[in-house]
Design a protein around this ligand. Structure first.
Ligand code: XMP
Length: 326
C-alpha cells in the first residue's frame, strides 16, 4: 500500500543503508524540497546531518526565520547559518541586467556554500568524522526531464540557487527522487514541518533580486519585502492561496510617479502585482482576483509603505509575458 507513512519508512531505511556511519551535509534554500529532503535525512540519521543555510538577503519577510527557527524546532536538525547578505549586496551593486543578476547570485551562492561547507568539514574533522554525502531535493519530474541519468541533480542548477559546485566530491543522497511535488508536501506534513514551509508557493532561487527592476540595494529590498508581505497576508486572509499559483510583487525601482500621500505630494515608486494561475508555470493566466481584495492590498501597501505610492495589476498571460518580470 502506497501511503505517506510508507514512503517515509521506506526512505528512512534506504537513507540509513546508503549513509551508514558517515556524515551528511544539506543546503537549505527556504523552499519545500530541500526542507523535506533534510527532514527525512534527519529522521534517518539524526546527528550525522548538518544543514547549511546561506542567508543571501533575497528572501521574503519571515522566510529566513522559518528556516532558522521553525525548521530547526520541527526537526531538531543541526543548522549552520551563514549570514552572507553583504556578500550578495556588494556583488549585485549597480547591476540591472536580469541574466547578469542570476549569474552573480548563482556564482556567489556557490562561493558562499563552499565556505560554509569548509567550516562544516572542519567541525566534523575535529570529531574525527568525514562528510561523505550531500543531500539534494531532486524530484521525480527533475529526474525525468534530465533523462534519469546520474547528473539529474544538476539539471536545475543553472536555474536554481542551490546549484552546487560541479567538482564536489560528495556522493548524493536524493530521497525525493521518486516523488511528485504533492507527495513531497504530504511527506513534509507527516514529518511535522510547519504549513508555511510545506505549502509554500514556488519562489525563484534568485529571490527578490529579480523582482526589483533596477539595481538591488538594501533599502529597495526592504521596501519590496514590506509590500510583498502585505500582499501575501491579504491573499491568505482571502482564502485564495490555493487558487493562485504565485503572486510576485515587483518593485519598479527606477520608475517614479507623483502621488499625494498624507499632507503632500510624493514622488514614489510603483509596485506591480502579478497574481497568476497555472498548472506547471510553463503557461499561465493572470488571476481574476476579487476587486475588493485588490483594493485592500493597494490601500494597505500605499498606507504602510511610504516609499510606494502606486499599485498596479499585471493582466498579461504567459505567453507572451513570463511570470516574473526579469
Ligand atoms: P517565468 O518568469 O520564466 O517563471 O515565467 C517560471 C517559473 O520559474 C520561476 N523562476 C525561477 N526559478 N530560478 C528559479 O529557481 C530562476 O532564475 C527563475 N526565474 C523564474 C518563476 O518564479 C516561476 O515559478
Amino acid at each position: 500500500e502506497w501511503t505517506t507513512g510508507n514512503i517515509v519508512e521506506e526512505q528512512v531505511s534506504a537513507i540509513r543503508e546508503q549513509v551508514g556511519e558517515a556524515r551528511v551535509i544539506c543546503g537549505l534554500s527556504g523552499g519545500v524540497d530541500s526542507a523535506v529532503a533534510a527532514a527525512l535525512v534527519q529522521k534517518a540519521v539524526g546527528e550525522q546531518l548538518t544543514c547549511v543555510f546561506i542567508d543571501h538577503g533575497l528572501l521574503r519577510q519571515g522566510e529566513a526565520e522559518q528556516v532558522e527557527r521553525d525548521f530547526v524546532a520541527a526537526t531538531g536538525a543541526r543548522l549552520h547559518v551563514a549570514d552572507e547578505r553583504d556578500r550578495f549586496l556588494s556583488a549585485l551593486a549597480g547591476v540591472t541586467d536580469p541574466e547578469q543578476k542570476r549569474k552573480i547570485i548563482g556564482r556567489e551562492f556557490i562561493r558562499a556554500f563552499e565556505a560554509a561547507e569548509a567550516a562544516v568539514l572542519q567541525e566534523a574533522a575535529a570529531d574525527g568524522a568525514r562528510v561523505e554525502f550531500l543531500v539534494q531535493g531532486t524530484l521525480y519530474p527533475d529526474v525525468v526531464e534530465s533523462g534519469g541519468g546520474e547528473g539529474a541533480a544538476n539539471i536545475k542548477s543553472h536555474h536554481n540557487v542551490g546549484g552546487l559546485p560541479e567538482d564536489m566530491e560528495f556522493k548524493l543522497v536524493e530521497p525525493l527522487r521518486s516523488l511528485f511535488k504533492d507527495e513531497v508536501r504530504a511527506v513534509g506534513a507527516e514529518l511535522g514541518l510547519p504549513a508555511e514551509i510545506v505549502q509554500r508557493q514556488p519562489f525563484p532561487g534568485p529571490g527578490l533580486g529579480i523582482r526589483i527592476i533596477g539595481a538591488v540595494t538594501a533599502e529597495r529590498l526592504e521596501i519590496l519585502r514590506r509590500a510583498d508581505a502585505i500582499a501575501r497576508e491579504e491573499l491568505t486572509a482571502a482564502g485564495l492561496d490555493g487558487e493562485v499559483w504565485q503572486m510576485p510583487v515587483v518593485l519598479l525601482a527606477d520608475v517614479r510617479s507623483v502621488g499625494v500621500q498624507g499632507d503632500g505630494r510624493t514622488y514614489g515608486h510603483p509596485v506591480v502585482l502579478r497574481p497568476v494561475s497555472s498548472e506547471d508555470a510553463m503557461t499561465a493566466d493572470w488571476s481574476r482576483l476579487p476587486f475588493d481584495l485588490l483594493a485592500r492590498i493597494s490601500n494597505r501597501i500605499t498606507n504602510e509603505v511610504e516609499e510606494i505610492n502606486r499599485v498596479t495589476l499585471d493582466v498579461t498571460s504567459k505567453p507572451p509575458g513570463t511570470i516574473e518580470w526579469e
